[in-house]
Design a protein around this ligand. Structure first.
Ligand SMILES: [Zn+2]
Length: 266
């Protein structure tokens, strides 16, 4: 209760004094600990929701071993904000027809098999993984949820009330209809940080650009693009960041990626 009171007090302070700020960033009324608590509850809700068929970690031990290794290598760069504070839990959702991924606050990341299967190498997958991690680490997800649903509703969710609303938000995420549409600025920032995280690893840091090129050529338009609008400017900005860091190419690891795809088969 104390935490909620504090949050409400904080809301009041921001409301009173925040409006004079010329900062264009959307207000984020969540604390970092709220992100963690919110993510935990959200993840529970997703696990309980029948719209999401989450691959079992024991049955698909190999797939989880690979995806967790990818994640750990990115976290080991120590370039990801809250690398040692957020949960950074990765889950794989069985749906071969949905080309999508999403992240919720506190470091819970969800990848559809439809997205994993469509990619050709590790660098492309790392690009999208790093991009989703950046949305969490830069706390875009919380800011967007606050904007879409309002602080009152989110606080009532944190208090364990309003379970119908959880179902609504979770199924919105499943269909890609949730207004968790990131702003253009957030997308550019997530791309930029994805390049930064990846540049210090073995993987080629332009993987995220290759991923977007691939998404662009898909018919019908992948769900991912409806929540992460892409265009040529984004790809150019990714290459520019890569060049600014020194432009040293990394590896793409086609063969290793085939093992990952294989591990998802029944
Ligand atoms: Zn995005």
């Amino acid at each position: 209760m104390k935490k909620i009171k504090f949050t409400l007090f904080f809301v009041l302070i921001v409301t009173l004094f925040g409006t004079t700020s010329s900062c264009e960033k959307p207000l984020n009324l969540f604390s970092v600990n709220d992100d963690i608590e919110f993510g935990k509850q959200f993840d529970q809700e997703i696990k309980n929701n029948r719209d999401f068929v989450i691959l079992d970690e024991k049955q698909y031990a190999k797939a989880y071993q690979i995806i967790n290794q990818y994640k750990s290598k990115l976290l080991a760069t120590e370039k990801v904000d809250y690398f040692d504070k957020f949960s950074w839990t990765v889950r794989i959702i069985r749906d071969d027809n949905t080309v999508n991924a999403f992240a919720v606050p506190g470091g819970y990341l969800y990848f559809y098999t439809g997205l994993i299967n469509i990619l050709d190498n590790e660098a492309e997958f790392i690009g999208v993984l790093a991009h989703e991690m950046a949305h969490v680490a830069r706390r875009h997800s919380t800011a967007q949820l606050t904007k879409a649903y309002g602080i009152d509703l989110l606080l009532s969710l944190l208090l364990g009330k309003n379970s119908n609303q959880w179902v609504k938000i979770a199924s919105g995420l499943a269909s890609g209809l949730l207004e968790l549409k990131f702003s253009r600025d957030d997308e550019f920032e997530a791309d930029k940080y994805a390049v930064r995280y990846t540049y210090v690893t073995d993987w080629d840091a332009r993987g995220v650009a290759d991923f977007f090129k691939k998404m662009d050529s898909q018919k019908p338009i992948p769900t991912f693009l409806s929540t992460h609008p892409a265009d040529k400017d984004r790809i150019a900005a990714i290459i520019k960041e890569f060049e600014a860091l020194g432009g040293v190419p990394g590896k793409t690891f086609e063969e290793n990626y085939k093992i990952f795809i294989e591990s998802l088969k029944n």
